[in-house]
Design a protein around this ligand. Structure first.
Ligand code: PEP
Ligand code: MG
Length: 588
């Protein structure tokens, strides 16, 4: 039976293929018979899982003890007791041996029995131990399942990935040529998974909520990344329709590729720059191929994720230098580490924050860890010797932060000079404007740097108090909200008053519809995911700057996102006439 699942469009395009379901938040444990010979192996897997879970809990406990004190850390004593419960452990082993079943099943059965016993206890304190048992069970099961989880790197067949969410480390594997697209239960349009999907050019739908429940490995899926829809086991007729749409898509791409060599300027000759966003050096080829004039945002944190050590200065230097060389003579803006939020390290010495987007993130982390920060700055500076590298600090919230970061940058430069290392002495420094306090004080901040880049993914979430990764509040995530437009307008004005240039590298810049308004607000540079480079260029080339400016003034007087959106559609239809569909909405 065919099923249709609705989510949030994360990356354009259509994919058709068999799917592979990855991690589930709640593990669905199935019974599997094991042979007599395999029983010792199952027991060993169980013992390994127990040892590793114990290690994980002990390290968590140590961290909590250092941060919050012994009292809080004692919570984990109860977890450890569950793991050390000999009756429980023996019960699992006996079941494996007697019933000749897989360890996951045996363990799950025993845990269920335990939970029932505790639930029926009169003593409230003992009843509450159920939470500890559930937590420990989940940890042990996740250890057991991971062993069996297919690695994305090792994929042999072309598949669509379905997962509850993809960790930042998993997303690094999405460039694998055998991954046709992906679908996740959670996430919004600017969550890290969605961003990676766009940068790798594979169709994706996120925030489907029930995808991992509704789909089984081996089902045929159609991802409609334009509509944010997933069709499970489609009829032959639906499949034919989508195959036809895929062919049209290929034709459209060919046509867009022809725009590579033409300049990005409006009909009345206002030139803007269109650059690309990248997370991995492997994406740079695509960005340049599609006609971008440089890299407007290099998200370096991806090099730090999914590993248990930090990349050395040399490793970073080599990566940044080869990227700069690849892009030369165009510029590459290397953003310093933006760890935190939904891009976190899974290391015991860096525990996750309770509210990660408001927590120890980006420049805050770097200022607290100058050892890590300086290593990166040295690598970026050394990679700047061709003269086309710029440095950008993320998540600046006030002038003192820039001053501190600049001090560290100056110290690093001095150390390099003393060592006789070459770097670009005139290297430009910029900051991301993605916190409302930075936007509101942009007149002050502009005096400290050479450029601004507006990070709307965060600016919108912080201004409207809407978590960018939460599909339940995605409807409130409105780039055209008057509050957002007023902030953008203020920042552009303050940048230009202080003679610095201003770009936008948030996803808002990637929409041809919004681009008209952003052009009118005075943006000098659009940095977008690579498939959008020719599309933004085509919009810019089809309109007049003077008309965009007039419209921007008018839009700033409107009172809601829906009014602004209607106004924008109306003017673009009038300006572009019969080309509106083709330039603004076709395939979107
Ligand atoms: C942004 O916030 O708009 C941005 C470009 O940074 P990131 O998406 O990496 O947080
Ligand atoms: Mg950001």
């Amino acid at each position: 039976m065919s099923k249709k699942l609705k989510g949030v469009s994360a990356s354009l395009g259509i994919s058709i293929g068999k799917c592979l379901v990855l991690n589930r938040e709640e593990f669905i444990v199935t019974k599997r018979k094991v042979s007599l010979d395999d029983i010792p192996k199952e027991i060993l897997r169980f013992e390994d899982a127990l040892i590793n879970t114990r290690r994980e809990i002990l390290s968590l406990q140590k961290n909590i003890e250092e941060k919050l004190g012994t009292k809080h850390a004692q919570i984990f004593d109860a977890h450890l007791l569950v793991l050390e419960d000999r009756v429980l452990v023996e019960d699992v082993i006996t079941r494996i041996k007697k019933e000749k079943v897989n360890v996951e099943y045996a363990f799950n059965q025993v845990i269920k029995k335990h939970i029932d016993t505790f639930m029926n206890m009169k003593d409230e304190y003992l009843r509450e131990r159920v939470f500890d048992i559930k937590d420990v069970a989940k940890r042990v099961l996740s250890r057991l399942f991971k062993e069996e989880m297919p690695s994305l790197e090792g994929l042999k067949d072309k598949v669509i990935i379905v997962a509850h969410d993809l960790s930042p480390a998993d997303t690094a594997s999405l460039h694998h040529k055998n991954i046709l697209g992906f679908v996740t239960d959670i996430g919004g349009p600017t969550s890290h998974t969605a961003i990676i999907a766009r940068s790798s050019g594979i169709p994706a739908v996120v925030g489907v909520e029930t995808a991992t429940q509704a789909v089984s490995s081996g089902d045929t899926l159609i991802i409609d990344g334009y509509a944010g829809v997933v069709i499970v086991n489609p009829s032959e007729e639906t499949k034919r329709d989508y195959l036809e749409r895929q062919r049209e898509e290929i034709k459209r791409k060919r046509y867009l590729a022809a725009l590579k060599k033409v300049p990005s300027e409006t009909k009345d000759k206002r030139k803007v720059s269109i650059a690309g966003n990248v997370e991995f050096p492997g994406e740079i080829g695509n960005v340049i191929e599609w006609g971008a004039e440089g890299i407007g945002l290099y998200r370096t944190e991806y090099m730090f994720l999914g590993r248990d050590n930090f990349p050395s200065e040399e490793e970073q230097y080599k990566t940044y230098f080869s990227s700069a060389k690849r892009v030369h003579p165009f510029p590459v803006i290397i953003r310093t580490l933006d760890l935190g939020g939904d891009k976190f390290l899974t290391r015991p010495d860096i525990p996750p924050d309770l509210h990660p987007f408001l927590g120890w993130r980006a420049i805050r982390f770097c200022l607290a860890r100058p050892d890590i920060f300086k290593t990166q700055l040295r690598a970026i500076l050394r990679a700047s010797r061709l003269g086309n590298v710029k440095i950008m600090f993320p998540m600046i919230s006030g002038v003192d932060e820039i001053k501190k970061a600049k001090e560290i940058l100056e110290e690093t430069k001095q150390e390099l000079r003393e060592k006789g290392e070459l770097f670009d002495e005139t290297i430009e420094l910029g900051i991301m404007i993605e916190v409302p306090s930075a936007a509101l004080t942009s007149d002050i901040l502009a005096k400290e740097v050479n450029f601004f880049s507006i990070g709307t993914n965060d600016l919108i979430q912080y201004s409207l108090a809407v978590d960018r990764g939460n599909e339940k509040v995605a409807y409130l995530y409105e780039p055209l909200h008057p509050a957002v437009l007023k902030l953008i307008n203020l920042v552009v004005k303050n940048a230009h008053k202080n003679d610095i240039w201003i770009g936008m590298c948030g996803e808002m810049a990637s929409s041809p519809m919004f681009a008209f308004l952003l052009l009118g607000l005075g943006l000098d540079e659009f940095s977008v995911s690579f498939p959008m480079v020719p599309r933004i260029k085509r919009l810019i080339r089809a309109v007049d700057f003077s008309r965009a400016k007039e419209f921007a003034r008018y839009a700033l007087s409107l009172s809601s996102a829906s009014e602004i959106s209607k106004g924008l559609e109306k003017i673009l239809k009038a300006e572009l006439k019969n080309k509106f569909e083709e330039i603004v909405t076709a395939g979107l």
